[in-house]
Design a protein around this ligand. Structure first.
Ligand SMILES: Nc1ncnc2c1ncn2[C@@H]1O[C@H](COP(=O)(O)OP(=O)(O)OP(=O)(O)O)[C@@H](O)[C@H]1O
Length: 322
């Protein structure tokens, strides 16, 4: 996708979105509500017509409406609506009939935990079951490229893990996956790379680890010392920013050398940390920071000056012109 533009009244939508998804990659689009993610992926899927820019999917332009593209592309729309009286198995068989070499609907129902609902009407499915069905419908054509918009919204934690496992298998078998998600853990577990979209533009593009590493200086450790410890000795450590006592436990926050410093300081006091848990800055922190920076970075002129000086912390940040 190069310079995609699809503008709705109010100058919202996709203003200038560019990214390349590699073959066999799980690529995630993250971003606040209304930032343009669905607009972007629906232009990839040929469901919306762009105003400008170019989109190339396996050498085809979705705007041309080629039947060939439909054969290689699977789309799970954000709101999938089927007729109320269509049964689960019927829906899958119907969709399978659109493709030359479809997956086995029975196998898909089994893998997506829908086997018991095979005779259920669409209207009788729970939200999570509808979601599973929409994922199955996106995959029934054995697509080379699958677009999944908020694929696990409404799924219970076990179902989410199962869907993730299935998508990894698909990726390993060569399917390219383009996901829209609001779940940072999903992006962390699943995506090879992510683009953060804000106000219709790509504001960061990196691996989830690369993005999270931008805020990786902050760490927090929680533990229960096996004997009373001297808080001041912990506070005096150069890597420690704060020490908080909660019940019988301690929460210590600080920089990169925090864990080693704290464990050694406890050892000097003859104490041990039990139940030690480390919380590192996550993709969610990075996401919030990247998006916040867009909102607080000030007027376009100031931002331009900052980018020119190399002061922007956001790699891949575009020149903001909002
Ligand atoms: N058909 C439409 N007509 C008018 N405005 C639209 C239309 N579709 C989207 N928009 C607007 O374009 C912007 C981007 O919408 P889009 O659905 O692409 O965002 P999104 O990032 O997918 O949001 P969400 O995370 O909430 O699903 C929003 O301000 C939305 O209101």
């Amino acid at each position: 996708m190069r310079g995609l533009r699809k503008v709705y009244p109010g100058n919202v939508g996709a203003l200038d979105i560019s990214f390349t998804v590699e073959h066999g990659e799980i690529f995630g689009l993250l971003g606040p509500n209304g930032s343009g993610k669905t607009t972007a992926v629906e232009c990839v899927g040929g469901l919306r017509r762009r105003d400008a820019g170019s989109v190339d999917v396996l050498g085809l332009d979705p705007a041309d409406g080629d039947v060939e593209l439909r054969d290689v592309l699977g789309i799970q729309p954000q709101d999938s609506l089927l007729p109320d009286k269509l049964r689960v198995a019927e829906a899958l068989e119907l969709y399978a009939a659109f493709y030359r070499d479809p997956a086995d609907p029975e196998d898909l129902m089994e893998r997506l935990g829908l086997a018991h609902q095979r005779r259920s009407y669409f209207q009788a499915l729970s939200g999570g079951q509808k979601q599973r069905l929409s994922v199955a419908l996106a995959l029934v054509g054995r697509p080379k490229v699958a677009i999944l918009d908020e694929l696990t919204t409404g799924l219970d934690p076990r179902a989410r893990r199962e869907v993730w496992g299935m998508l990894r298998e698909l990726r390993d078998a060569g399917t390219t996956l383009l996901l829209v998600s609001h779940f940072m853990d999903e992006a962390e577990h699943l995506c090879d790379r992510v683009a953060v979209i804000d106000h219709g533009r790509v504001v960061a593009l990196d691996s989830p680890e690369g993005l999270a590493a931008r805020v990786a200086t902050a760490q927090t450790v929680r533990f229960v010392p096996d004997r009373p410890v001297d808080f001041d000795a912990l506070r005096a450590l150069s890597s420690v920013r704060s020490v908080e006592s909660v019940g019988s436990g301690l929460i210590v926050s600080g920089g990169e050398e925090l864990i080693t410093d704290v464990v050694l300081a406890l050892d000097r006091q003859g104490a041990r940390a039990t139940g030690l848990r480390v919380e590192q800055s996550s993709l969610e922190d990075a996401f919030v920071r990247v998006v916040d920076e867009q909102d607080v970075d000030g007027a376009p002129d100031e931002q331009l000056a900052r980018v020119a000086e190399g002061r922007s912390r956001v790699r891949g940040m575009r020149r903001p012109t909002r």
